[in-house]
Design a binder for this molecule. Sequence first.
Ligand code: NI
Length: 255
Amino acid sequence: MFIDTHCHLEDENFSSDRLEVLARAKAAGVEAIINFGSTLESSIAVADLAKNFSELYAGVGIHPEEIDDFDEKTGAKLAELAADKKVVAIGEIGLDYHWEKDSARRLIQQKIFIEQLDLARQLNLPVCIHDREAHGDTLKILQTEGKNLRGVLHCYSGSLETAREIWKLGWFIGVDGPLTFKNSAKLPEVVKAAPRDMILIETDAPYLAPVPFRGKRNEPAFVVEVVKKLAEIRGETLEEVAAYTAANAKNLYTL
Ligand code: NI
């Protein structure tokens, strides 16, 4: 059994066949799926989905590319959504310097990231972090503002050196489709060195479909490809990887 710990099933890409996608996930052995919001609207949508399907859970938060969606009322609205038992995390939140080159707006990303870390601490919820080309600042913020918080760097793309710092803080790395790509860069080295209790598996569907589905719409059933690749690189069986990553997900998100 697998747990897809990062997904966006509320996305309009799934509006015509969401039930079939869920059925295929179940048939592939995916026992639980956590969907993450990026805006207030998508946070409401993922929380609603979680209410309607027993295998679905939700994380709510404002993504760094969506900071214009964040105002002084947003924190309270996210807290209201998080009162539901099926909302198990704050996310995805963080920093995206790939799409944001303006230094003033990067500072706003940092401020909103820190505010949402505070919110997670108040609500006693784990955090799911989006860090794209902002590894240094993300790590610095976690080291200074991450006290009494747990979470994951989803779709991890940093170096082994940074990963070791992340593990030192007791945080997980999330591994998805890019591990199966030919140009997976530093990722194989990182996952090979990762302690068993520091890895989560995810799809980030509808994005980042793993090989052999690369370029197509991704879906939770494809998480199996990520597990296969992890097993191959780490010299473990598929069953072992499935078992400890599922245990990690249950532990972090109290599923
Ligand atoms: Ni995502």
